[in-house]
Design a protein around this ligand. Structure first.
Ligand code: SAH
Length: 457
């Protein structure tokens, strides 16, 4: 049935915001047709213009708030830029409301799927900004000058920006310094349209507990002109830099890093600590971006696993082994699996670095390795999973259940795949036994991280 949308593009309407989408947009309904509108909070009456009309829903932009929600945070014009950028899309919401939003998102997904499970209040952050330990900032030519900034949402127009609000301020400062050095050395910025130019991105990783910083220059070319002069100036102006790398990415893609990494200065890794373990982190490896909240998240995962020192644990999607090492102190043996081989190398080194001998790592897809371990007769007491947004593969759930662990600890960065996987586990006799616990890893953004404990009936 073809439904005629009851609104027209560029027309102005008023309406009351009913709800928020998982992206944090306000939902206004006109004759049962939903419009998604940024910077609009539930309960607010708004005047808006329709910007896009789709078959079953549309988009709008606020022209005026006729009433405002008590959850609305004051933001000034500078910060509005961040919302546009998609860097801090929840910034217009006071922090306690952001935490409630995240809890509510999981609750409503559970309700939609008729799952009667409770969700605890989101564990928040004391200072919910300036938390990110990593940035990958695009570099482009704007009005004849090399600029660093962000892409306007849904476009590839670069808007210059120097205060990213959610990043460690030392990273913001480093980006400006590197930008100025590149300008002075006349290194051309990459041009997406012509696929010419050199610098595509500047990457910065900052250690939280140590005085170390990694600068990455992502280049379209194999050679970086003026490399020696650039490196000299970076290390002089940013004495905390312990690693400068060049990563070559000459493919026309949105993926930031390419396959080749050259060390230009210092070490190929930086070091940081989590729950007392020290880690080597290379440019290509995944590492949690919010160190303060990650410690809370991992401690929670350890607590839920109920380890006494005698258990065999599997850590699937282990990255550089951060959860594996944290658990190894409380378990007999820990088996980790991860698909990125440099991350597994880091994980092995990290186990040694911390004097731990009860860890075993495999480079493989978690879904294959689980089946492998199951065939080999491995009998884990606890399986921890921390998959990417798409959640778990069905075959992984099957192999995991067949190994009959007492507990499965599910660390999730996407409530919708979590809720799907909870239902799949239920079919295999594993049920959620404690309230789902969200931990805010990404303040000012709609991303939701949580820990769920599943136990065998
Ligand atoms: N537990 C780690 C990493 C979590 S992020 C930490 O907290 O730091 C998810 C990890 O899963 C990434 O390191 C990614 O490289 C890895 N990954 C993605 N798909 C995978 C798959 N099919 N099998 C194994 N690992 C995978």
């Amino acid at each position: 049935m073809k439904i005629q949308a009851p609104v027209a593009k560029n027309e102005t309407y008023t309406g009351t915001v009913m709800d928020l989408t998982y992206e944090g947009n306000g939902v206004v309904k006109i004759d049962n047709y939903s419009l998604f509108i940024a910077n609009a909070l539930p309960g607010e009456e708004i005047k808006f213009v329709v910007t896009k009309v789709g078959k079953s829903f549309g988009f709008g932009r606020v022209l005026e708030h006729l009433t405002t929600s008590p959850d609305r945070a004051e933001i000034d014009a500078k910060d509005r830029k961040l919302a546009q950028a998609g860097i801090a899309p929840l910034q217009h919401m006071v922090y306690p409301a952001q935490l409630r939003f995240k809890q509510h998102q999981i609750e409503s997904l559970l309700a939609k799927n008729k799952l009667d499970l409770s969700v605890s209040e989101t564990i928040g952050m004391e200072t919910p900004y300036h938390y990110r330990n990593k940035a990958q900032i695009p570099v482009r030519n704007v009005h004849g000058e090399l600029e660093t900034g962000f892409y306007r949402q849904h476009s590839h127009d670069l808007v210059p920006l120097t205060d990213f609000y959610i990043q460690d301020p030392r990273i913001d400062k480093a980006i400006v310094i590197v930008r100025d050095i590149l300008r002075a050395e006349n290194v051309p910025a990459y041009d997406e349209k012509t696929h010419k130019g050199i610098i595509r991105n500047i990457m910065v990783r900052q250690s939280y507990y140590e005085k170390e910083m990694m600068i990455g220059l992502i280049t379209n070319s194999h050679t970086l002109p003026r490399a020696k002069a650039i490196v000299e100036q970076i290390s002089e102006q940013l004495p905390e830099v312990t690693s400068i790398i060049q990563n070559v990415n000459n493919r026309p893609t949105n993926v930031i890093l390419g396959p080749i990494t050259n060390v230009l200065y210092g070490e190929p890794v930086i070091h940081d600590s989590l729950l007392g373990n020290r880690f080597e982190i290379s440019a290509q490896s995944f590492y949690q971006v919010n160190p303060v909240q990650t410690e809370k998240l991992y401690q929670l995962a350890i607590d839920r696993a109920g380890l006494t020192g005698n258990e065999t644990v599997i850590d699937a999607y282990c990255g550089i082994g951060t959860i594996s090492l944290a658990m190894a102190h409380h378990a007999k043996d820990v088996y980790g699996v991860e698909v990125v081989s440099t991350a597994v190398e880091d994980a092995k080194k990290n186990a040694k670095l911390n004097g731990l001998t009860n860890l075993h790592f495999a480079t493989n897809k978690a879904e294959y390795q689980m089946a492998e371990w199951q065939k080999q007769g491995l009998k884990p007491d606890v399986i921890v999973v921390d998959p990417p947004r798409k959640g778990l593969d069905e075959t992984l759930i099957e192999s995991a259940a067949e190994m009959q662990p007492k507990k499965i600890v599910y660390v999730s960065c996407n409530p919708s795949t979590l809720v799907r996987d909870i239902q799949r586990f239920a079919e295999k006799g594993y049920h959620v036994t404690e309230p789902i616990q969200p931990v805010d890893q990404f303040p000012q953004t709609p991303h939701i991280e949580s820990v769920t404990l599943l136990e065998k009936d």
